[in-house]
Design a protein around this ligand. Structure first.
Ligand SMILES: Cc1cc2nc3c(=O)[nH]c(=O)nc-3n(C[C@H](O)[C@H](O)[C@H](O)COP(=O)(O)OP(=O)(O)OC[C@H]3O[C@@H](n4cnc5c(N)ncnc54)[C@H](O)[C@@H]3O)c2cc1C
Length: 814
């Protein structure tokens, strides 16, 4: 073992497509002192048997970014590293069976164009010109993706490995990582061939990632599915057609029937995502083997029968072919189907790049993202959709299996804005869940916490089927309107379990926090909004800050941000401060509307309710101590009522009883969304993300330039000097039946000039409101632009730089 590396900057565990791409991108970034450990031969996990489809399609902006990057990289990779590869860019045709599917396609076409890709919509007649062997009578149209294709996954991995080696990185095959330990600031990775000391470790162990994570004392939210594709032999008619036209058929995806069909030489490859489906290694009688390298599961054709028949009806040519081979392999899933790429929660200098369900088409982009995390501590694109910190620990194995099966069984399903997936529910319940449920709350999970989305009235359709629409006026619309108007005219109450809250205290708290936020830490007894920027001035997160005492603050943030924000605080605040996560101990209601004060008085609350906006105090309701925060995300007079969970039910009952004669009404998250867009209030990871700087986000009033320093200050000062290129705006949109979804493009004089980040109907103003980013020179009140909503350009007008509702915040301060 004379030349076995005993030290390295980074050790990557796992040599599939993703591990190899991570190594390649680290080396490309100049980090060549990196070692990849593979316990068998490269590709031994899921990679060797993958079908190798390389789509760019995604309805997620960030995943599309990754896949687009991959496809671009793969085009030039063979030549760049001198490793010939079978990469066929055949284009693809994605069939639509419904109006809603076509709308999804049109949205993706808009996003794709914004990313520089020329995706297109085909009419049923046009589909046959691309794919002559197809039955089209029941189709509404198709999406054509000219960049789609297929690659040999083993060759891809070898090419990335070769490229990485050429730059000086090392690969140790047949060398499993058997353990890791921390010594000082270093990791020691143990292998049968020796130990490697390193700064950073990356878990790229594919479906074995959970086993590797255990070495770090973590449990990973993942499970493993069995996934199959079927290979059919040569079809003479296809062979002569293909030879005649000189190319292959485009890849066909019949997404409403849940399969893909690809020309493989002169035959076909059929890959269904079936439902019911099969999980593996999830029960004691089906344990995960210690080593499954280059192995497959036994064929299981029975459960694919429906799809085989459906594909034969769609492409009758398939009926002429003989099935020659079945590939049934393991494929890992997280509970939401996206991979884990980014910092390992709670573990220093360690990263995840694992649990990829589409790891061939994503490997290129994933390697880039991983390398940025490692070398720069941040990524070019906001990658929250893949961030390991989006899972916070409640995802037990049963949950992971159930969610993984749900995602797999609906792999191609449309994700509608008001739809809630039914599996894995009820993981965390509010202290008043039984009460809100009795009021017909329709729930949706936020970091596992069930929150009311809306309250159904007698006769409202609460079926899951009714949620499957892009249209604004689903069955919730009337109820949400009543909820919003109750907040406007009387008072509403929103139960908000799971608000993340961190109490930070100790000498140096205020100075430490001040160095991390762009603005000022509020005075004792006061509240403020704090923005955390990264070194580039981009928006990392937003928290409410309550200054409890001279050197004690309470930081409150989104439920889903619990782990992300906690890690950010722990890694950036000075050592020596105490941070206590009080998320589970407290619960919150928003009580808001012009009669909120009267409701509190009627509930016997003896607080000083004249205290102004952005103050807080402790008081008692029904004998329980509560903290009253004078803020309202709904933009009316109001308070957040924070109570210990043991007291919450009592407090709720007292407020509800006192409020009933005053018109108090419970409201849900849909209403809150409507109310907050009218105020121009931003939501985290939609309007507020690392895709935008604090200045682009229109948050300069939260920047204290006079402070000697804060994270991101230099970058923001430089940006201000250069001139901010795009700016946050509120738009009133003349939309049709649908509100603009996230990342709808903004047009001006025939050019794309920005994008929406939120869009919803504002019931108080009676208009469709969009929040978004617009080219700076156009971000002027009164400018007319167009918003592309599902392919249709709708007129929109830029609003004044003030809330649409209650522009002077008089109602808020009442
Ligand atoms: C039938 C089938 C078809 C598929 N088709 C497609 C497709 O068309 N397009 C697509 O994008 N995706 C497809 N996939 C998914 C794709 O195969 C995976 O997402 C991808 O291969 C994951 O790559 P990876 O590098 O993350 O993991 P893997 O390829 O599983 O690599 C992980 C590696 O880690 C190694 N390892 C594990 N533990 C250790 C340890 N302790 N020490 C050292 N090494 C270790 C393993 O030996 C393995 O080589 C398909 C999957 C299946 C099952």
């Amino acid at each position: 073992m004379a030349d076995f590396p005993t030290s390295a900057r980074v050790v990557i565990i796992g040599g599939g497509a993703v591990g190899a791409s991570s190594l390649y991108h680290l080396a490309k970034a100049g980090w060549t002192d990196c070692v990849l450990l593979e316990k068998n031969e490269l590709t031994a996990g899921s990679t060797w048997h993958a079908a190798g489809n390389v789509p760019t399609f995604s309805s997620s902006w960030s995943i599309m970014n990754m896949q687009r990057y991959s496809a671009q990289l793969y085009r030039g990779l063979g030549e760049a590293v001198d490793y010939p590869m079978n990469y066929h860019v055949t284009g693809s045709v994605r069939l639509g069976h419904s109006k809603e599917r076509l709308q999804e396609f049109k949205r993706v076409v808009g996003m794709g164009r914004y990313q520089g890709m020329d995706l297109d919509i085909l009419s049923p007649d046009e589909i046959r010109s691309r794919y002559p062997f197809l039955e089209t009578h029941d189709l509404t149209g198709a999406l054509y993706d000219p960049y789609d294709g297929d690659i040999d996954p083993a060759q891809l991995t070898q090419a990335l490995a070769k490229g990485a080696r050429q730059m000086g990185a090392r690969i140790e095959r047949f060398c499993p990582a058997t353990g890791v330990r921390r010594e000082g600031d270093e990791w020691v990775v143990e292998t049968p061939k020796g130990e490697i000391r390193c700064e950073i470790v990356v878990n790229a162990a594919g479906y074995y990632a959970r086993e590797v994570a255990k070495m770090f004392g973590r449990d990973l939210p993942m499970m493993v599915m069995s996934h199959q594709y079927l290979l059919f032999d040569t079809i003479p008619e296809l062979e002569s057609w293909s030879k005649g036209v000189g190319h292959k058929l485009p890849l066909l995806r019949d997404v409403d029937s849940s399969y893909y069909l690809r020309q493989e030489k002169y035959g076909f490859n059929l890959g269904p995502y079936e439902n019911p489906c099969r999980a593996h290694w999830a029960t004691p009688d089906d344990p995960m083997p210690e080593d499954f390298s280059f192995q497959l599961f036994p064929d299981d054709l029975e459960r694919l029968e429906w799809h085989i028949n459906d594909a034969m009806a769609r492409v009758p040519l398939l009926g002429q072919a003989n099935l020659t081979k079945v590939i049934n392999g393991p494929i890992p899933y997280t509970p939401d189907g996206n991979p884990l790429i980014g910092p390992m929660p709670g573990v220093p200098n360690a990263f995840d790049a694992c649990v990829f369900t589409f790891g061939i088409c994503q490997a290129g982009g994933a390697g880039k993202v991983l390398a940025e995390w490692v070398t720069e501590g941040a990524t070019e694109w906001d990658m929250w959709s893949c961030d390991p910190r989006r899972f916070t620990g409640f995802e037990d194995p049963e949950y992971c299996v159930a969610k993984g099966m749900e995602v797999y069984g609906h792999e191609y399903a449309i994700h509608f804005p008001h739809h809630v997936w039914p599996v894995g529910r009820g993981k965390k319940l509010s202290a008043v869940h039984d009460r809100t449920a009795a009021l017909a709350a329709q729930f949706g999970p936020y970091n596992g916490w069930e929150r009311a989305l809306w309250y159904a009235r007698p006769g409202d359709d609460v079926s899951e089927a009714a949620q499957r629409t892009w249209e604004r006026e689903g069955p919730w619309f009337g109820a949400v309107r009543e909820e919003c108007l109750a907040v406007r005219d009387a008072c509403g109450i929103l139960d908000l379990p799971g608000f993340s809250r961190f109490r930070v205290s100790g000498a140096g708290t205020v100075a430490g926090l001040s160095a991390q936020i762009t603005g000022r830490v509020p005075g004792v007894g006061r509240l403020g909004l704090a923005y955390f920027a990264d070194g580039k001035g981009r928006i990392v997160t937003e928290m409410s800050v309550a200054r409890i005492a001279e050197e004690e603050v309470l930081l409150i943030t989104a439920a889903t941000a619990q782990l992300h924000d906690k890690e950010w605080l722990l890694s950036t605040l000075p050592a020596g401060l105490t941070l206590v996560d009080e998320t589970e101990a407290w619960s919150t209601q928003i009580l808001t509307g012009p009669k909120a004060r009267e409701v509190l008085v009627a509930a016997g609350c003896e607080a000083d309710l004249a205290k102004g906006w952005l103050t807080f105090q402790t008081a008692r309701i029904a004998g329980a101590e509560v903290a009253l925060f004078r803020v309202s995300f709904a933009g009316e007079l109001g308070w957040e009522i924070h109570s210990r969970v043991g007291d919450t039910a009592r407090v709720w009952d007292a407020v509800m009883a006192a409020g009933a004669p005053l018109g108090l009404r419970p409201f849900g998250m849909f209403a809150l969304n409507s109310l907050r867009v009218e105020k121009g209030y931003r939501a985290w990871k939609g309007d507020l993300s690392t895709d935008y700087t604090v200045l682009q986000g229109g948050l300069e009033r939260f920047v204290d330039w006079a402070k000697p320093d804060f994270r991101g200050k230099a970058a923001l000062e430089a940006e201000k000097q250069r001139g901010v290129t795009k700016r946050f705006v509120t738009l009133v949109v003349e939309a049709g039946e649908c509100d603009p979804p996230y990342m709808s493009t903004l047009w001006h004089e025939g050019r794309v000039v920005g994008e929406t980040t939120s869009g919803y109907y504002g019931h108080r103003v009676g208009k469709v409101v969009a929040l978004g980013m617009l080219r700076a020179d156009l971000a002027v009140p009164g400018t007319e632009v167009e918003v592309e909503i599902f392919g249709e350009r709708c007129r929109a007008v830029v609003c004044e730089d003030a809330p649409l509702w209650d522009a002077k915040n008089e109602r808020l301060r009442a």
